[in-house]
Design a protein. Structure first.
Length: 309
């Protein structure tokens, strides 16, 4: 799927989950190519407002003029872990009626070889969502020690062959720097033959390195923790995840935020600050067969929704 054909995942369930009010304030924490933002904006009247953020400069640059010129819309370049700070500076903490997070890498990022996210397209091994921050995957692989690399592949990729892959990467780089996506994919495939996997043997390795390079799980934990400060009473949190690591974090956060603090659990009179902050709204939602046929990226998507108490 090309960026021109970008289709927002689980769009209908997201709009229903956000329970959009025409005059509400909404935040799209992962603008991407603006599919969700455009749909949310269509449901707002002249008093409604939508703030979108993204740390990818190409996502910011790609925003269509129809959005940029809409007075109800504002697009900010930043990490979503900075959301509370940004909204606080605007005096909007506790006023958000809906917060959407569509996690992971976007289809346009995967489609562009120069970004280095995909083993299906040969290009520089970068993987940074913000190319102006941090080090690229290629730079990191030049110096990471084998033990650390093994741990990251196992932790962030849930890769059973982590030790073999890490050893091969370290061995290979002694003679040749691993600087392209094809090189890395071939190194992994050399120790994990394709016939042993339903997916490409480099899938988990690329996922693990990308998550580490972009600090994705820590970013997610930070924005979830901030969400209860940002949402108004009755405001909705909607999170789309694409792999078990993300989904477990979201599921655990909603579970914990929907209970009293442990020291007060089961007591009849719980101080306000220790009472539940969220309530789950339904169970995890997955894409229909029809959506998956139209958009393969939707096949692993899970949407979880919670409401601010």
């Amino acid at each position: 799927m090309s960026s021109k054909a970008h289709v927002p995942v689980l769009l209908g369930p997201v709009l229903e989950g956000l329970n959009v009010k025409q005059d509400g304030l909404y935040v799209d924490g992962t603008f991407g190519r603006g599919g969700h933002s455009s749909a949310i904006l269509q449901q707002l009247n002249s008093s409604g407002r939508l703030i979108a953020i993204d740390r990818d400069p190409q996502a910011i640059a790609s925003a269509p003029a129809t959005l940029k010129e809409d007075s109800r819309f504002e697009l900010i370049r930043c990490e979503f872990a900075e959301l509370a700070q940004r909204m606080g500076a605007k005096g909007l903490a506790g006023q958000v009626d809906g917060l959407l997070l569509d996690l992971g890498v976007s289809s346009p990022q995967l489609d562009e070889a120069g970004r280095g996210f995909s083993f299906l397209r040969d290009g520089p091994l970068d993987m940074r969502m913000d190319p102006d921050a941090g080090v690229s995957a290629a730079q990191w692989l030049k110096s990471v020690d084998e033990k650390t690399l093994t741990s990251i592949l196992r932790t962030y990729g849930e890769e059973s062959q982590a030790r073999r892959i890490a050893a091969e990467i370290v061995m290979t780089r002694k003679d040749t720097a691993i600087e392209t996506t094809r090189q890395l994919a071939e190194v992994v495939a050399s120790v994990v033959p394709p016939h042993t996997r339903k997916k490409h043997p480099a899938t988990k390795t690329f996922q693990a390195i990308r998550i580490f390079i972009n600090d994705e799980l820590a970013q997610l934990e930070a924005v979830l923790a901030q969400s209860t400060q940002l949402l108004a009473t009755g405001g909705r949190l909607c999170v789309i995840s694409f792999h078990s690591l993300e989904d477990r974090i979201v599921k655990r956060f909603i579970r914990d935020a929907s209970r009293e603090a442990e020291q007060y659990r089961g007591m009849p009179d719980v101080p306000q600050q220790f009472r539940p902050k969220l309530k789950p709204v339904g169970k995890a939602i997955v894409a229909t067969a029809e959506e998956i046929t139209a958009n393969r990226r939707a096949r692993s998507a899970h949407l979880r929704i919670a409401e601010r108490l």
